[in-house]
Design a protein around this ligand. Sequence first.
Ligand code: GCW
Length: 705
Amino acid sequence: MTVDSRPLTEHTAHSAWLHDDAFAALGSRRVVVAGDGALTGTVAEEVAAATARFGGAFSRLEVGDGVSDAELVLTLSPPLVEPVETPMVSTGSTGAGTADESFRLTREAGAVVVQAASDAGLLHGLFHVVRLGEAAFDGPDADETHAPATDLRMLDHWDNVDVHPVMGQVERGYSGGSIFYDHGYVHADLSRVERYARLLAAVGINRVAINNVNVHTREARLLTEDLGDVVRVAAVFRRWGIRVHLSVSFASPITLGGLDTSDPLDQDVAHWWVRAAARVWDAIPDFGGFVVKADSEGQPGPFAYGRTHADGANMLAAAVEPYDGLIHWRAFVYDHKQDWRDRSTDRARAAYDHFHPLDGAFSDNVVLQVKYGPLDFQVREPLSPVLAAMPHTRVALELQVTQEYTGQQQHAVYLGPQWSQLLGFRFWDASGGEGGSPTVADLATGRGKAVEDPGTGTWRKPAGGFAAVSNVGDDEFWTGHPFAQANLYAYGRLCWDPALDPGALLDEWAALTFPGTPSAVRDALHTVLDRSWETYEQYTSPLGVGFMVRPGHHYGPDVDGYEYTPWGTYHFADRDGIGVDRTVRTGTGYAGQYPAPWSAVYESPSTCPDELLLFFHHVPYTHVLQSGSTVVQHIYDTHFDGVARVEAMIGAWSEVSTLVDPHVSERVSERLAEQLRSATEWRDQVNTYFFRKSGIPDERGRRIY
Ligand code: GCW
């Protein structure tokens, strides 16, 4: 076992949304916790600490013991109250042995009872009461059942055990080092991981993959000789109802097992994985499963043997099946060595082209993990058509909480509104109404209405849930920018209930993170964050065309940075126009991967939504948008406006910055200054580029270089 002997860096971690004072309402009450189970123990510890701090009273009872004067009872079923008339809402278990995590809350004359069928449900119920604060107790009489939308609410860490020469300790990490690893070792002191697990439990996350999907030599060994380290980490998460997953290399039978192949149809390969899985579950009985990035950006996969991705995934699925294990198989498969001169290859098409033909071929315990857009976590992309094209496959929606392409936690960008919009998108309805067709959230959770599609018939998708790349590191605020905590918070809450309002989530987060702060601070947070996603979009790449970032690290503007590279992310700007023709009629045909009506809506520049125009069409700079502006004038206007908005954000923050913890305030002010510098750089480079290309001046005569 490899344990780092060096001490963890001496700094305290910010309390984030579990500020001690967030427990004041609960902690000042008489609280009873009843029931057994490890997580009930965790609940009891939380309540004991809170009541000790705020002068309440705590007792731990057996289920069924009489309770007289408690103001809050947290109990496992059987009920302490009258039998429930309506049965608990079932979460529609999606396998992998996840317990029923629902809970019921009743309030009668100010006395609150939280009742759950499992100790995991009880823990969620506890944090629900914490979130409500005083309202938990002084609200009107109530009887509510709360259940998560899906069992699969996962965070992926792109943390490396070794420091990677280019990507560092955490790939696309903007929050210092890793909370798990330090220069080749797993931290001896996992107290930071424990605090993280507590934060995640409080927002309902129940699965974590602890290493990068790019699995390098050192990281691969977590599966075998360094499994002991994973056992330690899993023990920490277990106390908070969170199961651990590992990213594994498809070539492990070769690199770790000494075989000469990793062909998924080879018997020895299959046996190697069977033995590997047996060892893992023997050591960690509640282990979650494996995450696999195969045939993607240089990672090995089944293509090397002429096999399909279903062959690859199913071979692994068979190895983990006896343990209720899952294989999260990523759909991020494309040619990253394409010739930029070749206009017929379209990276956006790749996932659909590879995976759509495999629908129905995957085992039940395979979850196909699909990035929300067809390219790569851009500030604006259409929804990946794969989500709508695989009726018989469990598909997880993958989001990126770490802000690789959205300001790298230097910029304040609240992504709740973006995710909420993505989750509410309806592939079979372009009216924007509450039409009868399912949303993306319905597709991911396997809930909601059945799909009625002339192409695919009527179907209801098996649930794949949610996954997202974490934005956390060993930074004192966890996330670099203190406001980036709000993204992690919102992600967890939206996994639990995708219909939650992102503005309300911001309020929840602020109330828990900065309890007791004046309402002026709350207002300023809204001014800074409410429209920050849109603001970031304004001053970066326009109208859905994407990228224009500096190659490699992806921070800051470089309009042509990826234009003549093999990565497949081009804007095709010339003196006349810009954009990628992805139509069926004259382009790459990508628009045809959508079901009706969106295939038709995207196909025509007159109906394609403005914000995605350049994703689907190559148009002249003088093309008139639905907004009435020309493309080039839109570029100028949004870029000037975006920077003006950042100035307004700074103005709003400076009015309240003395009212918050100086630590937080200093970090926020420093980051806002960098955001303004960077936004200005974006504005000037993008505007200048298009002015020089098109020769068309700004109607309003503003300064362009
Ligand atoms: O967004 C891209 C990143 C890579 C990442 C890859 C992926 C882990 O630039 O750093 O690799 O996506 O999602 O696999």
